[in-house]
Design a protein around this ligand. Structure first.
Ligand SMILES: [Zn+2]
Length: 231
């Protein structure tokens, strides 16, 4: 009797374990399908590494060009958001300008920015990555600008700012800044858009961090976390 009971208990245990395994596998399959479905309808995020090619952007005292750091943060940002199931596109994934016309650098920059704006307008939201530079060397810390044309831009900026502070810069007290006509893309974007100035090339300690591959990935992670929190 005891034996039978033990055997029944064992049988029940086996059934339960098998059931749990089947459920786990089924859950996994459902989950993967869910991710695939999400990817098709996923928000279309545009990442815009500022400058590129003949347009180096700001230059640090050691010759580091802003365009290089912008790309170095944008590439891991792309990978992180892609892995999270978003449909991610980049304005550039290499060191190029996006101009389709123009001879002088100025004309090429105008063509470049028009082409970027067309991509911004086709996306659900855009995160533009830049670096700051100031005449005085003491200033540091990420600063985020948002497009004043959509309320969502400010919400997204706030979300990214919160994550940058929580994960990387607990002492950062910089307020969000409304993009003015000085920032062409923010001024003209009718879709949600923010511009993240990751740090100051003019501050030697921050420049050293910005050039560090680990810090670049950390910055990318903080921005990605802000985007995910926004959604
Ligand atoms: Zn810039």
């Amino acid at each position: 009797m005891k034996r039978e009971f033990r055997s029944t208990v064992t049988d029940i245990a086996i059934v339960l374990v098998c059931g749990a395994l089947i459920l786990t596998v089924a859950w996994g399959v459902t989950d993967r399908r869910a991710v695939q479905t999400t990817q098709t309808d996923a928000p279309h995020i545009l990442i815009d590494p500022g400058h590129g090619g003949a347009d180096g952007g700001a230059e640090a005292s050691d010759g580091t060009l802003e365009k290089e750091l912008n790309l170095a943060v944008s590439l891991p940002l792309r990978d992180l958001l892609t892995v999270m199931g978003y449909a991610v596109q980049m304005t550039r994934a290499t060191d190029v300008m996006l101009n389709t016309e123009g001879d002088t650098l100025r004309e090429r920059k105008v063509s470049d920015i028009h082409n970027r704006l067309a991509m911004v307008e086709a996306a659900d939201l855009t995160v533009s990555i830049h670096q700051n530079k100031f005449t005085q060397p003491q200033y540091f810390g990420t600063q985020i600008f948002y497009s004043a044309n959509t309320e969502e831009s400010c919400v997204l900026a706030d979300s990214v700012r919160d994550q940058v502070i929580a994960l990387l810069q607990p002492d950062n007290t910089r307020a969000l800044k409304r993009g003015t006509s000085d920032i062409y893309l923010l001024h003209h974007a009718t879709r949600p858009m923010i511009l993240v100035e990751c740090g100051f090339l003019s501050n030697q300690a921050e420049l050293a961090k910005l050039k560090d591959a680990v810090y670049q990935r950390q910055m990318a992670f903080a921005v990605a976390a802000g985007v995910m929190t926004y959604f």
